[in-house]
Design a protein around this ligand. Structure first.
Ligand SMILES: Cc1cc2nc3c(=O)[nH]c(=O)nc-3n(C[C@H](O)[C@H](O)[C@H](O)COP(=O)(O)O)c2cc1C
Length: 180
């Protein structure tokens, strides 16, 4: 037997991509937003979508700067991830408040990368679409980096735990199954 899931909760059934922290900057403002709604879109070129609520500061900064970084946190910094998902950059400098270190990106001129994250993808905005109360940014990955001892073609989940979000509840994968 299955129970009806209210439409406003329905996306939680598929809401299991790993949680990321998207950084953006424009003029004097630099910001971090926690994002679950991220989706790979294309291999060639490598495209990724992030869906951000219209009212967020990050939405404004990315529209203006036309670039963003997707930083990959692991479970050890969950408290910082949650903080950046609860506080708006309109009210606080989240790098300082969360104790995260901004570093110059390798290719992008405005957005920073987060030192404490285990990898990142630097993206130029290639398309912007409005859907309901969210804005979908399509980014082309122009450069990406990951911790050498943690990523060899895939994340080594024996050594790290990615963060997954079900909505109020977080979980982490505990088992890897190799099919190749
Ligand atoms: C685990 C988690 C995941 C989130 N995922 C998203 C998301 O995918 N899209 C979004 O617009 N907001 C998401 N949020 C909410 C924003 O991170 C939050 O509203 C943030 O404070 C907005 O920051 P800003 O105004 O500084 O940009 C999430 C929050 C948490 C805690």
């Amino acid at each position: 037997m299955k129970i009806e899931v209210p439409k406003d909760r329905s996306l939680r059934l598929i809401n299991s991509g790993n949680v990321v922290m998207v950084t953006s900057a424009y003029k004097d403002a630099a910001n971090i937003i926690t994002v679950t709604w991220q989706v790979p879109l294309s291999h060639k070129p490598p495209l990724v979508g992030i869906s951000l609520a219209n009212q967020h500061l990050s939405t404004e900064l990315i529209k203006k700067s036309e670039e963003f970084v997707i930083n990959v946190p692991d479970f050890s910094i969950l408290d910082k991830v949650v903080h950046c998902g609860r506080v708006s950059g309109r009210d606080a400098d989240k790098f300082t408040q969360a104790g995260l270190t901004p570093l110059r990106a390798d290719k992008l001129m405005k957005a920073h990368v987060i030192l404490e994250c285990i990898g990142y993808l630097e993206c130029y905005v290639r398309d912007v679409r409005s859907f309901g109360d969210h804005t979908l940014f399509v980014g082309e990955v122009i450069y990406a980096k990951a911790e050498e001892e943690l990523f060899k073609d895939v994340w080594n989940i024996e050594k790290i735990k990615l963060i997954y979000h079900l909505g109020g509840v977080f979980f982490t994968g505990s088992e890897s199954i190799i099919t190749r």
